[in-house]
Design a protein around this ligand. Sequence first.
Ligand code: HEM
Ligand SMILES: *[C@@H]1O[C@H](CO)[C@@H](O)[C@H](O)[C@H]1NC(C)=O
Ligand SMILES: *[C@@H]1O[C@H](CO)[C@@H](O)[C@H](O)[C@H]1NC(C)=O
Ligand SMILES: *[C@@H]1O[C@H](CO)[C@@H](O)[C@H](O)[C@H]1NC(C)=O
Ligand SMILES: *[C@@H]1O[C@H](CO)[C@@H](O)[C@H](O)[C@H]1NC(C)=O
Ligand SMILES: *[C@@H]1O[C@H](CO)[C@@H](O)[C@H](O)[C@H]1NC(C)=O
Ligand SMILES: *[C@@H]1O[C@H](CO)[C@@H](O)[C@H](O)[C@H]1NC(C)=O
Ligand SMILES: *[C@@H]1O[C@H](CO)[C@@H](O)[C@H](O)[C@H]1NC(C)=O
Ligand SMILES: *[C@@H]1O[C@H](CO)[C@@H](O)[C@H](O)[C@H]1NC(C)=O
Ligand SMILES: *[C@@H]1O[C@H](CO)[C@@H](O)[C@H](O)[C@H]1NC(C)=O
Ligand SMILES: CC(=O)N[C@H]1CO[C@H](CO)[C@@H](O)[C@@H]1O
Length: 332
Amino acid sequence: MPSFSSHKLVVLTILLPVALIYSSNAQLTSSFYSNTCPNVSSIVRSVIQQALQSDPRIGASLTRLHFHDCFVNGCDGSVLLDQGGNITLSEKNAVPNNNSARGFDVVDRIKASVESSCPGVVSCADILALAAEASVSLAGGPSWSVLLGRRDGLIANQSGANNSIPSPFDSLANITAKFAAVGLNTNDVVALSGAHTFGRAQCRFFSSRLFNFSGTGRPDPTLNATYLATLQQNCPQNGSGTNLNNLDPSSPNTFDNNYFANLVTNRGLLQSDQELFSTNGSSTISIVNSFAGNQNAFFVAFAQSMINMGNISPLTGTQGEIRSDCKKVNGS
Ligand code: HEM
Ligand SMILES: *[C@@H]1O[C@H](CO)[C@@H](O)[C@H](O)[C@H]1NC(C)=O
Ligand SMILES: *[C@@H]1O[C@H](CO)[C@@H](O)[C@H](O)[C@H]1NC(C)=O
Ligand SMILES: *[C@@H]1O[C@H](CO)[C@@H](O)[C@H](O)[C@H]1NC(C)=O
Ligand SMILES: *[C@@H]1O[C@H](CO)[C@@H](O)[C@H](O)[C@H]1NC(C)=O
Ligand SMILES: *[C@@H]1O[C@H](CO)[C@@H](O)[C@H](O)[C@H]1NC(C)=O
Ligand SMILES: *[C@@H]1O[C@H](CO)[C@@H](O)[C@H](O)[C@H]1NC(C)=O
Ligand SMILES: *[C@@H]1O[C@H](CO)[C@@H](O)[C@H](O)[C@H]1NC(C)=O
Ligand SMILES: *[C@@H]1O[C@H](CO)[C@@H](O)[C@H](O)[C@H]1NC(C)=O
Ligand SMILES: *[C@@H]1O[C@H](CO)[C@@H](O)[C@H](O)[C@H]1NC(C)=O
Ligand SMILES: CC(=O)N[C@H]1CO[C@H](CO)[C@@H](O)[C@@H]1O
């Protein structure tokens, strides 16, 4: 009897891990490339470090790409696919990305560098996850152990990108619903919005707040008067909607908790930013206050929420493929 059950245990301990590796809903792991591409994190980081020399915004742009990837059909590199061949309607051309998402050239440079060390091994979806972590930590933000093992999808979903990625004109309830649709909660909404501590936004995404907000003939009352004057100068009425503004005016390229200090002083740039603090009775207010007062609390929460976001419906095992060119499905 004891020998029978210990035999069963031996079979289980050998077969269970094998079954997990080949199961299609295998978990992501931080050690996924430890044998096949042990240096992948430093390769990714090194290309980004180089790109930052000529473009201090690039880390923010890459972080946003991971977000826009994960919210549409999971973190599967779908945002990177160019239109053409079987990709009839790309995500790149969807409303939230067209003339807005950027950094694709740097993703290609990272991929080329990774391929030269470890050909055919690392997915484009994992490159986005690694690039987000490297970008945040290089800007002074937290580091975390990136979970890996995603594979690249074979399709793009333009209508999914149109409808699932939150818009700066969405209400907080709508944004929270879009996060909930991919398994993320209110803590994730607030923590991940903190990514707006770096990077830029075009006037067209917030100019509706500056002069005649919701047909009132006045600016958004939740906009700090001093900040409003600056924004009105940067984004004059009938001016170019593509002028760029820092999402965090107090430290534009640094990943810190100033975004939350800004919200508390009515200096959120997007309406969707300010609503986290200015929506009466919202459970987000106390979270904003806690992150504004404690950078470490924000960093811990941000890292956890990035892991949560990175876990959205990954393709694993034999699903999808490892793309050799992030812009194209293999063989197309
Ligand atoms: C909560 C809902 C969100 C909304 C409504 C939103 C909306 C926007 C908009 C409108 C822009 C400006 C784009 C442009 O001017 O072309 C932007 C930029 C940015 N977003 Fe978000 N975002 C949200 C959440 C997130 C999340 C979850 C992340 C990442 C974790 C993120 C990271 C960024 C970054 C880093 C930038 C600057 C990009 C750059 O400079 O290229 N955002 N976002
Ligand atoms: C890992 O990659 C970095 C950046 O490309 C490089 O500096 C370093 O020498 C590499 N280390 C190994 C062991 O290949
Ligand atoms: C994307 O923007 C370009 C202008 O740069 C425009 O011509 C095109 O119609 C837009 N694509 C979509 C799908 O809206
Ligand atoms: C995405 O939205 C744009 C703008 O409304 C529209 O032109 C395009 O057809 C939409 N794409 C899909 C696949 O619905
Ligand atoms: C596209 O995304 C939507 C969610 O916005 C989803 O319901 C739909 O199944 C996706 N389509 C494909 C073909 O994956
Ligand atoms: C503000 O917008 C509303 C509705 O679009 C319009 O009726 C009103 O005349 C505008 N007010 C000013 C001062 O431009
Ligand atoms: C903006 O353009 C509209 C119509 O083209 C005009 O009526 C208005 O006076 C302009 N506003 C400014 C501040 O130039
Ligand atoms: C507006 O912003 C300034 C800093 O630019 C700050 O000192 C002031 O307290 C803010 N006002 C409000 C009402 O939050
Ligand atoms: C929130 O409540 C304050 C008073 O407590 C009020 O002045 C303000 O208009 C309210 N804001 C909204 C958006 O309802
Ligand atoms: C494109 O779609 C056709 C028809 O579904 C399929 O046979 C072909 O393999 C696809 N091409 C690629 C490169 O995936
Ligand atoms: C909570 C929520 O999702 N609210 C609204 C979001 O926006 C659509 C319209 O685009 C409304 O129908 C929802 O009720």
